[in-house]
Design a protein around this ligand. Sequence first.
Ligand code: MG
Length: 374
Amino acid sequence: MRIDRIDLYHVAMPLKSPWRTAYGEDAAIESVLCRLTSGSIDAWGEAAPFAAPCYSPEWAGGLFALCRDWLGPALLGQDIASGQDLQKRLAMFKGNLFAKSLFDMAWWGLEAKRKGKPLAQLIGGECRLVPVGADFGVMDNLDDLLAAVGKAAEDKFRRIKLKFRPGWDVEMVKAVRKAFPDVTIHVDCNAGYKIADLHVFKEIDDLGLAMIEQPLRYDDLIDHATLQKAIKTPVCLDESITSLEHVRAALKLGACKYINVKPGRVGGLTIARQIHDLCHAAHIPCWVGGMLESATGASYCLSLASLDNFTYPADIFPSERFYEEDLSDPPLLLARDKDGCPAIRVPEKLSKPHPDRLQKLTRQSATLQHSATV
Ligand code: MG
């Protein structure tokens, strides 16, 4: 499939309310969308590394420039046979996995269109309902959190994730467990602790948590292995998972019993699928997380989540959770699975940006066109 044209858009999508993380507060999600054109077909991809290089070393403004000046020109006019072929052509550029994922996902979108198949089916999954979980960040007080968890439990969410930070940790999760003894709960530390904090994890080891997500720094695989050997609660790696090689190392070290795959963070669907297959063979269950992308990026996350070994409910949200109006159409809608639990259906067709909304939210754009097609 020859890439004849690449259109890039750096957008800022205003959130209903600011997104608070360990890294700061975002009023809008900054994302980059690309449209790849091959002959008469086109497809969209999206990568949302956020506005500042805090979640990862990448950031939306830098990603846009890199894709315009380096990655885009390396692909333009090239005949790209597979996701693996695309990855090989970009391999000379170090790191920059979100940027690579932008083109990798759009290539898969093109391939799905060319073959006339839903993307999920093309990669070995099916257009089924994907169970999704509820997530709660740091709140002003415990009463507010208990009320929110109570509502999510009533809503039959299959699992509840609690952000876990120094100052909002052991007492918080003990209070939630006491109030809701039977609900599936896990905590997400976003790399906020060190192995010297082992006592913190021992204190919550008897609470029957489903997992402890990313307790230590993203590059502390050895310390994660030490922690996993010292506690019975499964450790889940999230920020640490940036490549197939890191997964291989983590499994060999015994650093985790779960893996959270964000297709953007690992360089795209091609690598995310390889990670899925490796973990499947090693009996390590996985789940999919997103980056608050518009429905374009989220529809790729959902397609990935349709694979067999993504067994824990995903961190993928209906559009209305964060946005008054999704940049892309169709938006993601919350559905119910056969047990009445919240789920989102894997789309037959990937979402794409609505032209008017794209124009309104674009900060900068660029077009690269293969000279033979001008
Ligand atoms: Mg996480």
